[in-house]
Design a binder for this molecule. Structure first.
Ligand SMILES: Cc1ncc(COP(=O)(O)O)c(C=O)c1O
Length: 445
C-alpha cells in the first residue's frame, strides 16, 4: 500500500509539474514497474486511479496519456512562445471541463434514451423554458414557443439568409466591417447583400434610413454589443433609432448578441427590447462563454417568421445531448459562476491591452476604441500600412493577429486598415510583449 501511494503521488507530481506534458504518453506498465521496482499490478492500480482522477486517459492497445488540464504548467510548454491575438474561441485553459462532464452525466441520467433520438427540431422543450427565463435577464422577454434552439448562431444566420421574409424584400444589409464568416457565406451562396459603414465612432443613421427606405432590404444584420471585429457597442439612442427605423420601413433586424454574457454593462438593453412591432430576431450563442464545440445557440423569432424558420430548420436537428447538458449547466448555477469568472478575466485582459497601447504607442500609429470588456479590439492603423506584410512579419515573431481585410465584402471599397486583436487566449503577461511587437513592426514600415 505504501509503495502504491508513493508511486501515485510521484506520478501525480510529475504530471502537475509538466514533466509529463499534455498529451504525452506515460511509460508502459512494464517499464514503469521496472523503474519503480514494483509489480505490474501496482502500476495498473496507479494508472487506474489517475484515470479516475481525470489526470490521464487510456487508448486501448496504445497506452496511457496525460489529460489536457486547465491552466496547468503543461499548458505553457510548447505553445508558450506564441502570443495568440487571433482566436475567436474562449480560453480552453479556463474551461471547467470536469463541471461540464458532470452535466453530461447528469443529463444522461435524467433523460436516458430520449437523448439518443432525433428529438424535436424546435429544441428540447425544457431547455427552451430555461432559456426563456435566462434571456429575460438580458431584457429579452419571449415565451418559450418563440424560441428555437439552433446549432449555434451560425445555423440561425444561414436559415435567415435563405428563407423568404414577409416584407417580400431580398437584400441583406450588413455593417462594414462585419462578421467575416457570415459575409463569406452570403457571397458563396450568391445572396444579394450590400454594406453600410460602421466604425468605432458608430453608424450614420441618415444613411441607414436611406438604405432602409430605398434598398429593398429584407433584414439588417447587426451586432449592437461588442461588435466583431471592432469591439465597440452602439449607444442606447442608436439602438432605439434602429428599432424605430425598422418599424417605419418594414425592415427586419437580425440582432447578433453573440457576446451578451460578457456584458459588464448591466443596463444594456438589446434592440429587441426597444421594438414594439416585432421586427427583431434576437440571436444568442453559447460559444463565447462555454465552448464552440457545444454548437448551441437560440433564435427568438417574431410570430410572423416562426413557421417559415421552423420549416427551413426541420431537417437540421441540434444535438440533444448538448442541449440537455447545457440545461443542467444553466439550472445548477454553474453557467452563472463560470460567466463571472470569464468576464473578470477578460475585463482584466482588455485593461492590460489598453495600458500596453498607451505605453508603447507614443508615435500614435495605432488608434483604439474606448471599451472596457468583450474579447475584440480594433487596432486602427494608418491607411499606408501594408496589412499582409505586417501580419506575416508578426507571425515570424510568434505573434498572431487577424488582418481587417477579411471583415469586408469583397467588392466593398471604403475600408479602414486595421488588425483585430482578440484577448481570449492571450495571457495577461503576454499582452504587453505582443503590443510592443506590433508597434515595433509598424515603425519599421
Ligand atoms: C459575430 C459572431 N456571430 C456569431 C458567431 C458564431 O456563433 P456560434 O458559435 O453560436 O455559431 C461568431 C463566432 O465567432 C461571431 O463572431
Amino acid at each position: 500500500m505504501k509503495k502504491y501511494l508513493s508511486i501515485l503521488s510521484d506520478m501525480e507530481q510529475k504530471i502537475n509539474e509538466g514533466q509529463y506534458g499534455f498529451g504525452e504518453k506515460l511509460p508502459s506498465v512494464r517499464n514503469a514497474a521496472k523503474r519503480y521496482g514494483c509489480g505490474v499490478g501496482t502500476i495498473i492500480r496507479v494508472y487506474a486511479e489517475l484515470e479516475k482522477r481525470h489526470a490521464i486517459y487510456s487508448i486501448p492497445q496504445s497506452g496511457y496519456y496525460v489529460v489536457e488540464k486547465p491552466g496547468g504548467p503543461g499548458a505553457e510548454g510548447k505553445e508558450s512562445k506564441l502570443i495568440d491575438f487571433a482566436p475567436a474561441s474562449p480560453d480552453i485553459n479556463v474551461f471547467p471541463y470536469l463541471d461540464f462532464q458532470h452535466c453530461l452525466n447528469k443529463a444522461i441520467d435524467t433523460y436516458k434514451y430520449q437523448l439518443f433520438t432525433y428529438g424535436d427540431s424546435n429544441g428540447l422543450d425544457s431547455l427552451r423554458h430555461t432559456l426563456a427565463s435566462h434571456l429575460a435577464g438580458d431584457q429579452v422577454f419571449a415565451k418559450a414557443e418563440r424560441i428555437v434552439i439552433t446549432s449555434g448562431i451560425q445555423q440561425a444566420l444561414e436559415i435567415l439568409a435563405k428563407m423568404p421574409f414577409p416584407n417580400g424584400k431580398r437584400a441583406i444589409l450588413v455593417e462594414q466591417p462585419s462578421y467575416h464568416i457570415f459575409l463569406r457565406f452570403l457571397e458563396a451562396e450568391d445572396i444579394p447583400v450590400c454594406g453600410i459603414a460602421r466604425s468605432a465612432a458608430g453608424i450614420d443613421l441618415s444613411e441607414l434610413e436611406e438604405k432602409f427606405k430605398t434598398g429593398g432590404i429584407k433584414f439588417f444584420y447587426t451586432m449592437p454589443r461588442y461588435h466583431n471585429p471592432l469591439g465597440t457597442s452602439y449607444s442606447a439612442d442608436v439602438r432605439k433609432a434602429i428599432a424605430r427605423l425598422a418599424a417605419k420601413y418594414d425592415v427586419y433586424i437580425v440582432e447578433d448578441d453573440y457576446m451578451a454574457d460578457l456584458g459588464e454593462d448591466r443596463g444594456f438593453d438589446p434592440i429587441f427590447a426597444y421594438s414594439s412591432t416585432s421586427h427583431v430576431v434576437y440571436l444568442k450563442s453559447f460559444s463565447k462563454i462555454i465552448f464552440p464545440g457545444l454548437r448551441l445557440g437560440a433564435a427568438v423569432l417574431p410570430e410572423s417568421l416562426l413557421e417559415t424558420f421552423r420549416s427551413y430548420k426541420r431537417y437540421a436537428d441540434t444535438s440533444l445531448l448538448s442541449q440537455a447538458a447545457l440545461e443542467v449547466y444553466i439550472k445548477n448555477g454553474m453557467f452563472e459562476r463560470h460567466k463571472r469568472k470569464i468576464c473578470s478575466q477578460y475585463t482584466a485582459r482588455i485593461r492590460a491591452l489598453k495600458e500596453a497601447v498607451q505605453r508603447y504607442n507614443d508615435a500614435g500609429l495605432i488608434q483604439i476604441p474606448d471599451i472596457g470588456s468583450g474579447i475584440y479590439m480594433q487596432f486602427k492603423l494608418p491607411q499606408t500600412a501594408n496589412l499582409e506584410s505586417l501580419v506575416k512579419r508578426l507571425a515570424a515573431r510568434h505573434v498572431t493577429v487577424m488582418s481587417g481585410k477579411g471583415f469586408y465584402l469583397t467588392d466593398y471599397l471604403d475600408r479602414e486598415k486595421f488588425l483585430r486583436i482578440s484577448i481570449s487566449r492571450a495571457q495577461p503577461e503576454q499582452i504587453e510583449e505582443g503590443v510592443k511587437a506590433i508597434v515595433e513592426e509598424l515603425r519599421r514600415e
